[in-house]
Design a protein around this ligand. Structure first.
Ligand code: ATP
Ligand code: MG
Length: 285
């Protein structure tokens, strides 16, 4: 039986979370000392540990079937691959930054400027679309020091909190795009491999839904049931359990984590008490 080959980052910001996602899908893999390859004992998958820059090419060529990497690398490498799913981690921005004492107006500021980056293709497309001519200096890393050493007038790089920029006397002036980790696949998978990928995706979605949602339990007056059900309708409808005190009941439901904070005050206003919010490991819709 064939196996699905998946490439993940060997060591870096994506490695740990990629392995964790695979393990949360119930797929056993050894991640002791990082070898080049690892097989699962309970799922038809083989994992290859690679540099993230190489993953789009390997997926396009079919050396591996699928891969996990930052969407920014997919855009940069311009390979023919399919983005199958966004994974919700490694969220970052790709931004333009300039020395902090410069006065910034709009993107025409960059006309004729030298910009250092590890993402020349993304940057070129951005300025082409605006009909602005810039000079792009491609460098492999430590982009943030490029203005300080006189290599460039500005930088285009990954930003998460902006503290690296600040430390280097730079300020963020344009967010060009936002990126997160994605699962990509070869465009022509065999039926057998597509079937394995579908099984994997089913599990990934269950894990993702689980982490986006919380299980909520509360006690409420029976007379407030309708209003509370409207606030937290759950997957189909909430579970309602009677309490010994006939005027009260217990209600169980599922809420999106970010919506919970919006409804909590209203739940309390309707008389809800003893509200418990617990994590969900997997959720199949
Ligand atoms: P490799 O050696 O595999 O080429 P790398 O140095 O190119 O690794 P990392 O710094 O490990 O890459 O980043 C991998 C990906 O993680 C980036 O392409 C981006 O999608 C994301 N990323 C990078 N920096 C951050 C950050 N500060 N916050 C969140 N996500 C980030
Ligand atoms: Mg890289």
């Amino acid at each position: 039986m064939s196996k699905l080959k998946i490439a993940i980052q060997k060591s870096g910001r994506l490695s740990e979370k990629s392995i964790k996602l695979i393990q949360e899908c119930g797929i056993k893999v050894s991640n002791g000392e990082r070898k080049l390859k690892s097989e699962s004992s309970n799922f038809p998958i083989e994992i290859l540990f690679l540099r993230d820059d190489d993953i789009p090419q390997y997926v396009e060529q079919g050396v591996v079937d699928i891969g996990i990497l930052g969407e920014n690398e997919v855009w940069e490498k311009e390979k023919n691959v399919t983005v199958v799913s966004k994974l919700g981690f490694a969220n970052c921005k790709l931004s333009l930054a300039i020395p902090k004492d410069e006065i910034y107006t709009d993107s025409s500021y960059f006309s004729g400027k030298r910009i250092a980056t590890s993402y020349p293709n993304i940057l070129q497309r951005y300025f082409d679309a605006k009909n602005i001519t810039v000079e792009i200096e491609e460098i492999g890393g430590s982009v943030e020091i490029a203005t300080g050493i006189g290599l460039a007038d500005a930088v285009f790089d990954i930003v998460s909190t902006g503290s690296t920029l600040l430390m280097n006397g730079l300020k963020e002036v344009e967010v060009v795009t936002k990126s997160e980790a994605v699962l990509i696949s070869n465009t022509k998978l065999s039926n057998e491999k597509q079937e394995i990928l579908d099984r994997l995706l089913f599990r990934i979605n269950a894990v993702k839904n689980g982490s986006d949602h919380k299980y909520i339990l509360l006690n409420c007056p029976v007379k407030a049931l309708d209003q509370i059900t409207q606030l937290i309708p759950g997957m189909k409808s909430p579970t309602i359990l009677p309490l010994a005190n006939k005027e009260w009941c217990s209600l169980h439901s599922v809420v999106k984590e970010d919506e919970f904070w919006d409804v909590i005050d209203q739940l309390k206003a309707h008389g809800a008490e003893g509200i418990l919010v617990v994590p969900i490991e997997k959720m199949v819709l």
